[in-house]
Design a binder for this molecule. Structure first.
Ligand code: F6R
Length: 607
């Protein structure tokens, strides 16, 4: 959501703080700010909009000092203005916050009644005042924070600077991630290891409820009960280069083109090529006894789960329930005893998914987690950890994480089928061989980038776009619509092709392009019939299919996009490429901000 960085340094920090924010801009980008501690004052600079605006403010009005905190914001409470930008400060204390303080209204009322004036519309500012009140009353920073944390309800990561204590920062985490980085005579706080990649690789991950006093000499970490605790220092491996665009115009474009490599990497850790077998890590869990799988996720990760439902049911003959995490949490779901609950997430921090995971854990489910950030909260709470190896995904629209999730889920479904005795050795070999064809097929799909770029202008003027698909291509239709919506701001919907005539067909006219995903295969004829129903009503069709499909049904379309001919099992991975590229090129034609589309943020750590 928001990005936090703090440095207790041996030299000026302002530039390095802004550099750290740049690495985290994907987490939020509607306003930004920094505050340093210098010469007995808190030096605060803030700006509305992109980070470049803060850099301009600092160029005119620098912030000296060796200690400071900084923040890039995705607004939850209060409009994205300079006044609401973090850090929030009193004369004594400055603070940055990621998350939501749920009881801020009552705390604000209490502060106002006590004569304090709060200047922003945020929930975060109350925390600065509560800590400040303690310090003004003579408490040490440690005692002030110890006193205030139990009063806060909700989720937070905090970094706090103190005017009269220029050699320390205090950080705290509950519900939102925060890491401590150890340098040479310097110590850092950051929302993630990536934020600190340029500064250090030596990272300690704070646990739920931890808070930490950071000085140049290191860090003292306390748990929720206030006891001094040790958290292991790990080498993060986060590479500063991973957060560079290289020769690509956008991160999203780079990440789309990385897919053959990262899908191969991911498949490589779940499949054994030497004998074409599924080779999942050893778990202390009998997967053959699973009678029901519950899949929970949000957004693009949810669509990966929808595709997986087809695979689990087809291969392992196990019923699958799937739900959006935000719905699942509040509908009192019925969970089968001994069931497997599977959570899918790029970030591993999405608040709703994490809360659903904890609910299932409390209900005794075995927790499987398919996740791209191996140090994330979800990864740490998993019983079966199934990492995707997509590498850092910076573009806000998820691309490579999705295809890597599909790779893991296909392997898991096959593994379950083998363990249940429902997939013969010969069938396993065949399935694995098809999965291993995916990287080359993704490359072949990417070869059509120029064709897709050339036809994007046909879609860019549309106000509404429909996507149709059948079977596992139905979730792909929804994923295509989501991609288009989020980065080009064109209204789009994905439908099951057969559902079209039950309502949405009323929308069809020549101004509404209909993108049809129809690999040739068992469902092709049916999808083509639905396509004809659209055509008969003047609808303009873009058909995405292989050479055979295009030959049979491509005539008379507004445009066609050719895909390689692939086995139906890997079609959802391959057909992800044209829907991603189409959204990308349409957004480029429209001139929108591809990597940082309006109103969005990369990881949604609030409900
Ligand atoms: C869409 C997108 C979002 C995420 C969703 C879940 O392109 O990126 O819909 O898929 O916010 O995020 P994770 O996977 O991090 O839980």
């Amino acid at each position: 959501m928001c990005g936090i960085i703090g440095i207790v340094g041996k030299e000026a920090v302002a530039e390095r703080l802004v550099d750290g924010l740049r690495r985290m801009e994907y987490r939020g980008y509607d306003s930004a700010g920094i505050c340093t501690v210098h010469d007995g004052t808190l030096v605060r600079r803030r700006a509305e909009g992109k980070l470049a605006n803060l850099a301009n403010v600092l160029a005119k009005d620098p912030a000296d000092g060796d200690v400071g905190i900084a923040h890039t914001r995705w607004a939850t409470h209060g409009a994205p203005t300079a006044k609401n930008a973090h850090p929030h400060a009193t004369d004594h204390v400055a603070l940055v916050h990621n998350g939501i303080i749920e009881n801020f209204r009552e705390l604000k009322a209490e502060l106002t009644a006590a004569g304090r004036t709060l200047e922003s519309d945020t929930d975060s500012e109350v925390v600065a005042h509560l800590v400040s009140l303690q310090v003004e009353g003579g408490a040490s920073p440690q005692d002030a924070v110890r006193e205030v944390l139990p009063r806060l309800r909700g989720a937070f990561a905090l970094a706090i600077a103190f005017r009269d204590y220029p050699d320390l920062l205090i950080g705290a985490r509950r519900g939102s991630p925060l890491v401590v980085g150890f340098g040479d005579g310097e110590t850092y706080l950051g929302s993630d290891a990536l934020a600190l990649a340029q500064l250090t690789q030596r990272i300690a991950y704070l646990e739920e409820g931890d808070w930490v006093v950071v000085t140049r000499d290191g860090a003292e970490i306390y748990d929720e009960l206030g006891d001094l605790v040790e958290r292991p220092i790990q080498l993060s491996g986060a590479s500063a280069a991973a957060v560079e665009k290289g020769n690509y115009r956008h991160f999203m474009q780079k990440e789309i083109f990385e897919q053959p490599t990262v899908v191969a990497q991911t498949l490589g850790s779940y499949l054994r090529q030497s004998d074409n077998s599924v080779a999942l890590p050893q778990f202390d869990f009998d997967i053959s006894a699973v009678k029901r799988v519950t899949i929970v996720a949000c957004g693009t990760s949810y669509y990966a789960g929808m595709v997986a439902k087809y695979w689990f049911e087809q291969f392992a003959r196990v019923p699958v329930d799937i739900d959006f995490a935000s719905e699942f949490r509040y509908r009192e779901p019925v969970l089968e005893e001994g069931g497997l609950a599977l959570f899918i997430s790029q970030s591993g921090e999405t608040a709703d998914t994490l809360a659903a995971l904890r609910h299932c854990k409390a209900e005794g489910q075995t927790i499987g987690v398919v996740v791209n950030v191996p140090t994330s909260s979800m990864a740490r709470e998993a019983d079966l950890l199934l990492p995707t190896h997509a590498g850092p995904e910076i573009g806000v629209a998820s691309t490579k994480a999705f295809t890597c999730q599909l790779a893991v889920l296909a392997a898991l479904a096959a593994h379950m089928a083998v363990r249940k005795g429902l997939m013969s050795r010969a069938d396993e070999q065949e399935v694995v061989a098809h999965l291993l064809e995916a990287p080359a097929a993704l490359n072949a799909a990417l070869d059509h980038d120029d064709d897709i770029a050339a036809m994007a202008h046909l879609i860019a003027p549309a106000r509404d776009v429909l996507y149709l698909g059948r079977g596992p291509d139905y979730p792909l239709a929804m994923e295509g619509a989501l991609k288009l919506k989020e980065i080009s701001y064109i209204h789009a919907e994905g439908y099951a092709s057969g559902e079209m005539k039950h309502g949405p067909i009323a929308l069809i006219d020549e101004a509404v392009p209909v993108i049809v995903l129809a690999p040739s295969g068992p469902l092709f004829e049916k999808t083509v019939s639905n396509m004809e129903e659209v055509r008969a009503r003047g609808g303009k069709i873009v058909l995405i299919s292989d050479a055979k499909g295009l030959e049979e049904a491509g005539e008379g379309c507004l445009a066609t996009i050719e895909m390689p001919r692939v086995h139906p099992l890997i079609a959802p991975l391959v057909y992800a490429i044209p829907v991603q590229l189409l959204a990308y090129h349409v957004a480029c034609v429209k001139g929108t901000d591809v990597d940082q589309p309006r109103n969005l943020a990369k990881s949604v750590t609030v409900e």
